[in-house]
Design a protein around this ligand. Structure first.
Ligand code: C2E
Ligand code: MG
Ligand code: MG
Length: 460
């Protein structure tokens, strides 16, 4: 008597008859928006529903769906719309656009769904994720058509899926724009390589005492065709008009993520090899050139093979090409990195450590990595004042490099004051806008390589 019985009411499968098409949902929302514009559309998915169906059986899967449909319908307010469109896909419309309010409402739907799933699956619980988009009729930029909302909401759902557990993700126009741009870059890069849109630019390396040209750094520039050049025009393409010049800062981070960067590095290495050979053929005495390496390149077999090939194919002399690596290549890989660097140096390449002093510099890396040159980050010169802490640090780094017998290059020399300072610190080589910005390889050859016997001397 009075004993508590753990009794679950049977789950009715009736709600499964309430399936509607997305089109019906769309029409219902349309009618609401006509009466009063603005509101939120959300779509819910169940994580691993297929797996639940398989491991718990189809019958349990049906019960779960029916339970979720009825739990969510019960949470629905009069002004809201709820619709199950089949599978594990549920749509909700909320007639408000205040984000906090919408979030609260969606959390309530999520809680309802999660709770009922626990009751049905006993010890397990299904997790749900939800994408949402809010259209604000008072906003100039976030007042979307229903069609747009239905596209954006799917994008938000994809984002929500990337996170664990019960997750709500609101469509974010800024992020969306950025990701679209990244996707565009990704789609375009293979084609761009084929169409030779990546151009070799060079920036001089200069002796600050004599102002003589000592070498140059290769820097990539992307000449991307404008999306829609005049289709009726028969005129030859004008690089200034029909192309957009994109600096590496805008695409290298994406390339690094996709792994395309080392492919591009190989291309730049070949371009540099080719330029050295073409100078030689024209009777111009080559100057040493540096190329940049992305983080992964050094660890890729194909990059090492390209190094061998370039050396042999373009008859590159020892020390003529320097590879600029970032100190982060060594983090966690110091021994492997040193092994590879040793091999590469034995092939006749010099190794330079780029951007030293930016990010998380570690003196340990400097002690353990075998390098032939240290490039000091331009951040030290930027905004530096006489007697400042930056100046003292720069001085100490230069002294340290001297003790270790490693030649230094200071980047970012923009003014005569900068030049005076680096000279006083005994720096043998500098780079910066004071002498020249990076320019195309053609222009560089024209400007600086004609009198190559004595080496070009900069006039300032
Ligand atoms: P980085 O290797 O440190 O190259 C120097 C950057 O500083 C270049 O920017 C150059 O234009 C800029 N710079 C030179 N002098 C001055 C100056 O006086 N003032 C200022 N404010 N800036 C100066 P850029 O060409 O935009 O390249 C940015 C970075 O992109 C490079 O930094 C390098 O890390 C990367 N990068 C460029 N080309 C390649 C490439 O072919 N492969 C790889 N993996 N990375 C590259
Ligand atoms: Mg560099
Ligand atoms: Mg640098």
């Amino acid at each position: 008597m009075g004993e508590k019985v753990d009794w679950d009411p049977p789950i009715s499968l009736e709600p499964l008859k309430e399936r509607k098409s997305l089109h019906e949902f769309q029409e219902a929302v349309e009618r609401r928006l006509e009466r009063s514009p603005g509101g939120a559309v959300a779509v819910f998915n169940m994580r691993q529903f297929k797996y639940i169906n398989e491991s718990f059986g189809r019958e349990k899967g049906d019960q779960l769906l029916a339970g979720v449909i009825s739990a969510m319908s019960q949470r629905k307010k009069k002004e809201e719309l709820f619709c199950w469109v089949g599978g594990d896909v549920f749509y909700v419309f909320i007639d408000k656009w205040d984000r906090d309010y919408v979030r609260q409402r969606l959390e309530s739907y999520l809680r309802g769904a999660a709770r009922v799933s626990m009751r049905i699956l006993k010890n397990s619980q299904a997790a749900f994720y939800c994408g949402a988009v809010i259209s604000n009729p008072e906003s100039a930029t976030e007042n979307y058509s229903l069609e747009r909302m239905l596209t954006h909401v799917m994008y938000a759902l994809e984002k929500a899926k990337e996170f664990p557990g019960n997750k709500i993700w609101f469509f974010d126009a800024e992020l969306h724009k950025k990701e679209l741009q990244e996707n565009r870059v990704e789609l375009q890069m293979q084609r761009a390589l084929r169409e030779e849109e990546f151009k070799l630019y060079l920036q001089p390396k200069v002796d600050p005492v004599t102002r003589q040209l000592k070498g140059a750094e290769a820097l990539v520039r992307w000449y991307m065709p404008k999306p829609d050049p005049d289709p009726d025009s028969n005129a030859d393409p004008d690089p200034e008009k029909d192309y957009i010049l994109i600096p590496p800062g805008e695409f290298m981070p994406v390339f690094e993520r996709t792994g395309f960067s080392s492919r591009l590095d190989q291309h730049m290495l070949q371009e540099v090899g080719n330029l050295l050979r073409s100078w030689r053929k024209k009777g111009i005495r080559p100057i040493p050139l540096s190329v940049n390496l992305s983080r992964k390149a050094l660890f890729e077999e194909s990059y090492i093979r390209t190094l061998e090939w370039v050396k042999a194919n373009y008859q590159i002399k020892n020390g003529e090409i320097t590879l600029e690596i970032l100190e982060s290549v060594a983090f966690g890989n110091l021994e492997i990195a040193n092994e590879i660097l040793e091999k590469v140096r034995n092939m006749g390449y010099r190794i330079s450590m780029d951007d030293f002093g930016s990010g998380y510099s570690s003196l340990n890396v400097l002690a353990k990595l075998k390098i032939d040159e240290l490039k000091i980050d331009q951040a030290f010169l930027r905004g530096m004042e006489k007697g400042s802490r930056e100046e003292r640090i720069l001085e100490t780094i230069m002294k340290l490099a001297k003790d270790l017998n490693i030649p230094t290059v200071v980047e970012g020399v923009e003014t005569l004051d900068h030049e005076t300072l680096v000279k006083s610190l005994g720096c043998g080589c500098v780079q910066g806008y004071l002498y020249s910005r990076p320019i195309s390889a053609c222009e560089f050859t024209e400007k600086f390589m004609k009198d190559s016997q004595n080496g070009y001397q900069f006039q300032i």
